[in-house]
Design a protein around this ligand. Structure first.
Ligand SMILES: NC(=O)c1ccc[n+]([C@@H]2O[C@H](COP(=O)([O-])OP(=O)(O)OC[C@H]3O[C@@H](n4cnc5c(N)ncnc54)[C@H](OP(=O)(O)O)[C@@H]3O)[C@@H](O)[C@H]2O)c1
Length: 430
């Protein structure tokens, strides 16, 4: 058996704690699969005296994780602390500069610094791995890098945030509005005290930027992702979606388009028979479309101790086996610049919900605004009550240029009989 691989682990929380447990529980299995033992040689976290209930034995404790990252006794560094900058970045830089491979679960750091870190890893002849950063236990990074390497990929899309999917599923199942379900999710620990990273689509965008780079050979460009979150989705929209044969999902979508690589995150109306329509609760699902494989679907738990640690340890196994291939499939210096995709040029159908005063002429004024912007209506639902009441008017448009759609909605929003800003949800067919 070859020499042991000595691991330095920074962070002993949900992810780091799970890594310690798997390394201990599957010591023999992992040694057999790697052809060498995996040894936890050093750990670091914020608070040394915290009771962790982990099988740490006499593992060397480092007060300073950056020093641990450069310590000659460590072969590979695992960063499980988090944050796009700060301590996580210092650990990553120290490890790679010292010629040690780096495994991280940190999507924020990879979304913001992935290209730079990949270049640094390649310059120093080591590996950068981040399977846990996207979709937790679902091995989508490996699938894109390895399993689908024979394909020219066309599109990758999916549900990348379990909290958002849990909220949408709960809204649908319990017929309640967003704020109520979010508050409950927070009290149950399914959503953070500050949920904005999840519900505003930022977490999904971090993961999407990583997938876009892997799939299409472009630099990781988080700033180039169009991002819309979930806050404006109501139970009423979910009910109308059902009636129209759709479900609402927050998707990350990246595809190769005529104007470059599209990267967008927003709520979508997906057809009821789409592979992502029935993904429930906190699960993640990703669909990759390649020219040879056609559609491949990957689904599983997107977060949590076991699933995330499973992905981290799989990365360590690859490194122990000697896989030093480029983090983003191709050498980082060959990644192409990624330009933000102009959303105004998107073409697609849309769902629109208006809150209007039920009075004569309102439908005609709304229809005129759409017609003048070259948007045609496929169907309208308006359940009138008594004249003068507030009612919802729901429309499905035919495929239209998004810039025209926005222009029409701005005009509609200014109509006197429209009493709330219009809600638009893109209808996405795959
Ligand atoms: N949780 C998930 O399901 C999940 C899924 C995918 C990816 N991730 C990513 O994994 C990373 C870690 O997440 P987590 O959920 O495991 O976080 P966590 O439970 O909050 O654990 C963070 C760990 O980092 C340590 N730490 C914090 N600041 C530190 C510092 N300045 N110096 C040294 N150690 C420090 C903490 O030490 P103490 O224990 O002493 O406080 C703790 O052990 C993040 O990048 C996250 O985005 C998490």
């Amino acid at each position: 058996m070859r020499q042991a691989l000595r691991i330095g682990l920074a962070g002993l929380g949900t992810v780091g704690g799970g890594v310690v447990e798997i390394l201990d529980r599957h010591k023999d299995l992992l040694a057999a699969r790697c052809g060498r033992p995996l040894v936890l040689a050093g750990v670091s976290a914020r608070n040394k005296s915290r009771e962790r209930n982990l099988p740490l034995g006499k593992v060397n404790w480092f007060d300073n994780p950056v020093k641990m990252a450069a310590d000659p006794d460590i072969d590979v560094v695992v960063e499980a602390i988090g944050g796009e900058d700060g301590i996580a970045r210092r650990i990553a830089d120290a490890a790679l500069k010292a010629g040690k491979s780096l495994v991280t679960a940190n999507k924020a750091m990879i979304a913001h610094q992935g290209t730079r870190l990949a270049k640094l890893a390649e310059k120093n002849g080591v590996a950068l791995r981040f399977e846990a950063a996207v979709a937790g236990g679902v091995p989508i990074i490996k699938a894109l890098r390895e399993g689908l390497a024979a394909n020219r990929l066309v599109e990758v899309y999916g549900i990348l945030n379990g909290t958002c999917n849990y909220i949408l599923t709960q809204m649908e199942e319990t017929e309640r509005d967003f704020d109520e379900v979010l508050a409950e999710a927070q009290s149950l620990g399914y959503a953070e005290a500050d949920p904005s990273f999840d519900i505003d689509g930022i977490d999904t965008a971090h993961k999407l930027a990583i997938l876009a780079s892997l799939a299409f050979g472009v630099e990781v460009n988080f700033a180039g992702v169009h991002i819309e979150g979930l806050r404006h989705i109501s139970w009423e929209d979910i009910a109308y979606a059902q009636e129209l044969g759709f479900r609402i999902k927050l998707l990350g979508i990246t595809r190769r388009g005529a104007l470059g690589v599209e990267q967008r995150v927003h709520p979508c109306m997906v057809e009821i028979d789409s592979p992502v329509a029935h993904v429930e609760g906190a699960f993640n699902a990703i669909v990759a479309e390649g020219d040879a494989v056609e559609h491949a679907v990957f689904e599983g738990p997107g977060a949590g101790r076991g699933p995330t640690a499973s992905a981290v340890v799989a990365d360590i196994v690859d490194i122990a086996r000697g896989d030093l291939s480029p983090a983003f499939s191709v050498p980082a210096r060959t990644l192409k610049p990624s330009v933000p995709y102009p959303m105004a040029e998107r073409r697609g159908a849309n769902y629109v919900r208006l809150r209007v005063v039920d009075e004569p002429g309102v439908v005609a004024r709304v229809a005129a605004a759409l017609r003048d912007a070259n948007v045609s209506i496929e169907s309208i639902i308006q359940r009138g009550q008594a004249e003068g009441d507030l009612v919802s008017m729901v429309m499905v448009t035919h495929e239209a240029r998004e810039g025209n759609m926005i222009q029409a909605l701005e005009r509609i929003g200014r109509l006197k009989s429209v009493v709330e800003p219009p809600t638009m949800i893109r209808i996405v067919t795959f």
